[in-house]
Design a binder for this molecule. Structure first.
Ligand code: F3S
Length: 646
């Protein structure tokens, strides 16, 4: 067990119950929560279902940043609900236009040493300020707001030792891309990354937040930096110096694994299509023509990032063969850039300014043209996430993005022939919290026509006659399971949203997953989803559990299931199982039956679960599954999900 690390110290300070043995569940007290609108509506509906009059956390904030288009009433109906339920339940409300949840939270609410869970997988952004900040499903966030502790596997702590400092045009983004090339997106479930070493001091809080933000792509529980002089400086500039507490690992603290990164040797990198760990140096891509550049997202739209972009663009012109769009991460940043004139430099160079929010990162506009390379400062490039089928999406730093925007092709920014701008971190940020609405604890909750109810599952039967509705391969993301983009406006209407589950796998003219699963459900059998490695990678989108549940899925069987998705499956009463023998994956085909008997007895901590595979031709074979379920997980699944246990 790791001793005296920052991770261990925060867990100890918030320990409620459970084990300190790596991999075993430990329950911790949660100080703060955040939600965003795409997941928040369901989270607050779930909180309402718990009949809690007011949240019990120190601080909870509801942000609207994902779905701000209003081409139809659905999104605005959600915002109105979110605003009213926040007011009634004691939650602060950050309306559309105020910024992306993680950036605003870092700027205005993050406190070193505190715990935060958020219904968004990039909640670890808060690790940049020394918080233990974890992404979770909406139901887990609702439970935390109701005062319940949050369970995580006691983590393996991966220590990343940073030495030296970054060179010109080499960025914090390149550090996390470098780490992704080492650790990849697979096999890190249950770990927490902790940064230490002399190189830490050279990074500002927003740079650290870029690194912890995209740590989500490693599949770890979270990532954390110590809280030091840089942290104090950032909090002082945000006029919140009183929130500063120092936090560092003890001398000689033990990490379960140590990786060393010499910051001086980090070079500009890109995550190539279509995985954040498909890393190449920009030099290797030099000369590739690019049709679109977008700078923004919760990873890379801090004041420093956009000031660097503005200073590079000043007096120059965006290459006419591409478009450059910039989405500032927060209103604070946009307001500062507009007051100091940098916005004029950006506009003058020919960039398009998008509103502050997630925008294109969640597929809300700016889909690239067919057969076009798009270069983005975001954190995800899963196939189709841009809204264009067959997209070629590359993830880079703002430094590389601005170089590409000027030349029209992949260009190592060190070879741009431009001096690296010396961005001066502001002594005082432009503080203006006038948009944050403080709750009154009273008032009516406004529920317009499109706001549904959270669907409730039936208890897990002792015998399951399962039918494999779909068999998919490696690295299936929650984007594959539940597409976002234009469909996101259906998030409060489960029957409608369920129609697009696994839409990307539907062949024209063939029945969709939803039609096949509903037919299985209506015949009295249960749906089974079969996946390979890293099933459920990506976001905290609990609709990826809720909608399959609504369609009658009772079991997800895969080689490995990602942490947040596995937790969401459990919360909604779906059994997450893993093949004991990986070769059994090959033995299963769609339409085969998987029959489970004596399931209530079979389900025990550490015990295998046996099922009979019945092929379409009548042949049978035993399949043995393993799982990571705790006693509490089993109790939840048997009840048919957490909402049945209230
Ligand atoms: Fe938003 Fe994209 Fe971050 S959807 S929260 S900007 S990962």
């Amino acid at each position: 067990m790791a001793k005296g690390t920052v991770v261990q110290k925060i867990i100890e300070a918030h320990y409620v119950s459970g084990s300190r043995e790596t991999g075993k569940p430990v329950a911790i007290r949660i100080d703060q929560t955040l939600t965003q609108d795409a997941t928040g509506t369901m989270a607050y509906l779930e909180l309402e279902a718990m009949q809690i009059p007011a949240v019990k956390t120190e601080l909870s904030v509801s942000y609207v940043d994902h779905n701000m288009m209003q081409n139809g009433p659905e999104n605005r109906n959600d915002h109105v609900y979110l605003q009213s339920v926040a007011n009634a339940k004691g939650v602060r409300f950050s309306p559309p236009g105020n910024g992306i949840c993680h950036q605003v939270h870092l700027e205005r609410f993050g406190v070193p040493g505190k715990t935060l869970i958020g219904s968004d997988s990039h909640t670890p952004t808060g690790g940049g300020i020394g918080m233990l900040a974890i992404g979770a499903g909406g139901l887990d966030v609702a439970l935390a707001m109701a005062g319940k502790p949050f369970r995580i596997p006691y983590p393996k702590v991966i220590g990343v030792k940073l030495t030296n400092k970054l060179g010109p045009w080499c960025a914090a983004k390149d550090v996390i891309l470098h780490l992704l090339s080492i650790l990849t997106t697979k096999g890190n479930v249950g770990s927490i990354v902790e940064y230490f070493g002399p190189g830490v001091a050279s990074l500002t809080v927003p740079q650290r937040a870029t690194i912890t933000n995209m740590g989500a792509e490693l599949g770890v529980t979270t990532s954390v930096f110590p809280s030091d002089e840089s942290t104090r400086k950032f909090l002082k500039a945000q006029q919140r110096e009183a929130d500063y507490v120092p936090l560092a690992a003890d001398a000689g603290a033990e990490y379960d694994q140590v990786i060393e990164i010499d910051l001086a040797k980090v070079v500009p990198l890109a995550a190539c299509p279509s995985s954040p760990d498909n890393i190449k140096p920009i030099e290797a891509l030099a000369g590739t023509k690019v049709g679109q550049v977008i700078i923004g997202s919760c990873t890379n739209s801090s004041y420093r990032d956009l000031a660097m972009v503005a200073m590079t663009l000043k007096g120059r012109k965006v290459n006419p063969n591409l478009t450059l769009a910039i989405a500032p991460g927060s209103r604070q940043v946009l307001e500062m850039l507009s007051r100091n004139g940098m916005l004029a430099d950006i506009i003058g160079a020919g960039a398009r300014i998008l509103e502050t929010g997630c925008g294109p990162c969640i597929g809300q506009g700016q889909s690239p043209a067919d057969d076009t390379v798009t270069v983005r400062t975001f954190n995800r490039n899963f196939a189709g996430r841009t809204g264009t089928k067959g997209d070629q999406s590359y993830l880079v730093s703002p430094e590389t993005a601005v170089a590409v925007a000027l030349t029209g092709e992949f260009t190592d920014p060190r070879k741009l022939g431009v001096e690296y701008p010396d961005v001066v971190e502001p002594e005082v940020f432009g503080i203006n919290d006038s948009m944050i609405q403080l709750p009154t604890g009273t008032g009516e909750i406004v529920r317009k026509r499109t706001i549904g109810q959270p669907p409730v599952n039936t208890p897990l039967p002792d015998e399951i006659d399962g039918v494999v509705v779909i068999k998919v391969g490696d690295k299936i993301t929650t984007d594959h399971i539940m597409p976002a983009g234009v469909h996101l406006k259906l998030r409060s209407n489960i029957p409608a949203y369920s129609k697009v589950v696994f839409e990307c796998f539907t062949e024209p003219g063939w029945p969709s997953f939803a039609e096949r699963a509903a037919a299985v459900r209506d015949s009295g059998k249960a749906g089974v989803i079969v996946g390979r490695d890293s099933y459920g990678q990506g976001s905290s989108r609990e609709h990826a559990a809720i909608c399959p549940m609504y369609l009658g899925v009772k079991v997800v069987a895969a080689l490995a299931i990602e942490r947040i998705h596995s937790a969401n499956l459990i919360n909604f009463g779906i059994l997450p199982l893993m093949f004991e023998n990986p070769a059994d994956y090959d033995a299963i085909d769609e339409k085969d039956e998987l029959r489970f008997t004596d399931l209530h007895k079979q389900l025990a901590v550490g015990a295998p679960v046996r099922a009979e595979l019945v092929k379409e031709n009548g042949q049978t074979q035993e399949i043995i599954f393993k799982h990571r379920l705790s006693d509490e997980d089993i109790r939840i699944i048997l009840a048919g999900g957490m909402l049945n246990l209230k």
